[in-house]
Design a protein around this ligand. Structure first.
Ligand SMILES: [Zn+2]
Length: 173
């Protein structure tokens, strides 16, 4: 059922032809992503529909799905981080067109007529999907261990906001 995905695409041409791309891409071809993941053996499931909407805006909607092996910052073990991201992207040729795009679209600026690498589009979305501090959803360390960790202490000992201090000072005047 899965077709071979093209390496390079002309998004505007795909949109004017109303084409759908469906298939898998290997994580191993995404060099920027490889720095962020433990290994690049997995695949990304990609479903992209290109079309032109009623207002004449070429767009791409779809979904990318994969599991990225990340390091949990709490227990420092590998964890599988599920990515299941819906995309809604408006294709533009000039930066100035971004503000005219309907709000449902993220702008995708495509300059010139050169085809773009399909993997780079998917890779950008994956990089955005990675949490800043990856952590297992379950308590992966015994509670007494990680509750004494920096982040909990940081929350409990949050210093009073400087504005609150200022307000208190002003009252004394
Ligand atoms: Zn963990």
């Amino acid at each position: 059922m899965h077709q071979q995905l093209p390496k390079e695409i002309d998004p505007f041409r795909l949109a004017s032809n109303g084409l759908r791309l469906e298939g898998t891409l290997s994580l191993s071809i995404m060099s920027r992503l490889s720095a962020a993941i433990v290994d690049d053996q997995g695949d990304v499931e990609v479903t992209l529909q290109f079309d032109v909407d009623q207002t004449g805006t070429p767009y791409m909607v779809g979904n990318i799905k994969t599991a990225l092996p990340l390091i949990c910052e709490r227990c420092m073990q590998t964890m599988q981080y599920d990515v299941d991201t819906d995309l809604s992207v408006g294709l533009i040729r000039h930066e100035s067109q971004a503000e005219d795009l309907a709000e449902i679209y993220e702008p995708w600026l495509i300059e010139g007529d050169k085809p773009v690498a399909l993997s780079s589009v998917v890779e950008d979305e994956l990089l955005l999907a990675i949490p800043i501090v990856p952590k297992h959803e379950h308590a992966c360390l015994p509670e007494d261990l990680w509750q004494s960790g920096d982040e909990v202490i940081g929350e409990e000992e949050k210093p009073e906001s400087p504005f609150a201090v200022l307000a208190a000072l002003k009252k004394k005047d």
